[in-house]
Design a protein around this ligand. Structure first.
Ligand code: GLU
Length: 379
């Protein structure tokens, strides 16, 4: 288990702190300066103690809605893109002023999942963020909603929980803290069930754990507990510890970094992995899916073997040779991410076949494996 207990007792050197909209607005319809100032103060103190902190922030859409007085416009009103465009500069201006009070310089980085799924975009973003940290600046990251909020192949992107996990893997952070207005993962929805209890530690995000989030989630999942668990899975698979905690609690970020328990902790499920593998994790959900049978699942997950076409049940494209694809069990669990040797049409044609039949079926072959084990990251 990656020695995560010893890691928690150790100093977290590089931290990603994700602030959700309801925290930044303190539940109102506009940015709440006092709430933001308390969060910024904590980041500033961590910096002064030698920690590197990257902020992943929401709030641009809420800020834009308020500035445009579009509160009641509903579906007829300005799009999320338009609201984010107005709100983002206000959001940054606010952070800039608050960090300046502590003598710190902020830097805006607007990222998209699609840009990070591209190897060059990934490396550029990584180099920029690391250079900013070297200079002592505080990178403040948001999704570039102006271009990112759209349906791509049926997947709605635009949630900062997953973005914060991608950033954690991108900069090789040791800790991701997702601050929210609930205390963490509960045994039931705490807003509906007074008997709901906080779960303080989750070693593995199993289907049973995911089922709890289902209960406790907001209707669409975006920004709810489901997306937080997805994010936790991504970041722990990349080798970081993750905590979901209540951001309204005083000094919560500093206390978590000091190793004090609070909220729900998810210890890293893998040792630090090489950067290329962490990049593969960022391809998650951008492309297709390969569904495998129980035998192949065992080979891949427990025996560290490659994925062969013989164990494949179903292929859902589109994806090209060299893309990251999601590898799922036949009951729909995401088991791994892998870089595929075959595009979706080839993969569908050789699905279920023995590898010695690849060449005669396709007229070409790129190897016996659909996904080689060196190109697999387990979730
Ligand atoms: N990027 C959005 C915003 O700044 C928030 C998306 C999210 O909170 O998941 O308003």
């Amino acid at each position: 288990m990656a020695g995560s207990d010893t890691k928690r007792a150790r100093d977290y050197r590089r931290i990603v702190a994700k602030f959700g909209t309801s925290l930044l607005t303190a539940g109102t319809d506009q940015l709440d300066i006092e709430a933001m100032s308390a969060l910024v103060g904590q980041v500033a103190r961590l910096r002064k103690r030698g920690h590197e902190v990257i902020v992943v922030t929401s709030g641009s859409i809420a800020a834009g809605r308020h500035r445009l007085n579009a509160k009641d416009a509903g579906k007829e009103g300005p799009s999320r893109q338009v609201l984010a465009s107005v709100g983002q500069s206000h959001l940054m201006h606010t952070y800039d002023g608050l960090f300046a009070e502590h003598g710190l310089v902020t830097a805006q980085a607007l990222l998209t999942r699609r840009a990070l799924a591209d190897r060059e975009g990934y490396l550029n973003a990584r180099n920029t963020l690391l250079a900013l940290l070297d200079l002592g600046a505080v990178p403040v990251v948001n999704e570039n909603d102006v271009v990112a909020v759209e349906e791509i192949e049926g997947i709605l992107i635009g949630d900062n929980d997953n973005l914060s996990a991608l950033v954690t893997n991108l900069v090789d952070a040791d800790l991701l803290v997702m601050l929210t207005d609930t205390g963490g993962l509960h045994t039931a929805d705490p807003r509906r069930d007074p008997g709901a209890e906080l779960i303080d530690r989750v070693e593995r995000i199993t289907p049973e754990i995911e089922a709890l989030a289902d209960d406790a989630a907001t209707p669409h999942g975006v920004g709810g507990m489901i997306t937080k668990l997805e994010a936790a899975k991504l970041a722990t698979a990349g080798g970081a510890d993750v905590v979901i905690a209540n951001g309204h609690h005083e000094g919560v970020l500093e206390r978590l970094v000091a190793g004090e328990v609070g909220g729900t902790a998810f210890p890293a499920t893998a040792d630090r992995m090489e950067s290329r593998k962490r990049w593969m994790l960022s391809g998650l959900s951008t492309r297709g899916k390969i569904v495998i049978d129980a035998g192949a699942a065992k080979a891949v997950v427990s025996q560290g073997r490659s994925l062969l076409p013989a164990g494949v049940r179903e292929v859902a494209g589109p994806f090209d040779r060299g893309d990251s694809v999601s590898i799922c069990s036949d009951d729909g669990r995401e088991l791994a991410i892998g870089v595929t040797n075959y595009g979706h049409e080839d993969a569908a044609a050789i699905c279920g076949l023995r590898s010695d039949k690849i060449e005669e079926t396709l007229g070409h072959e790129y190897g016996a494996e659909l996904v080689h084990r060196n190109n697999l990251v387990l979730l």
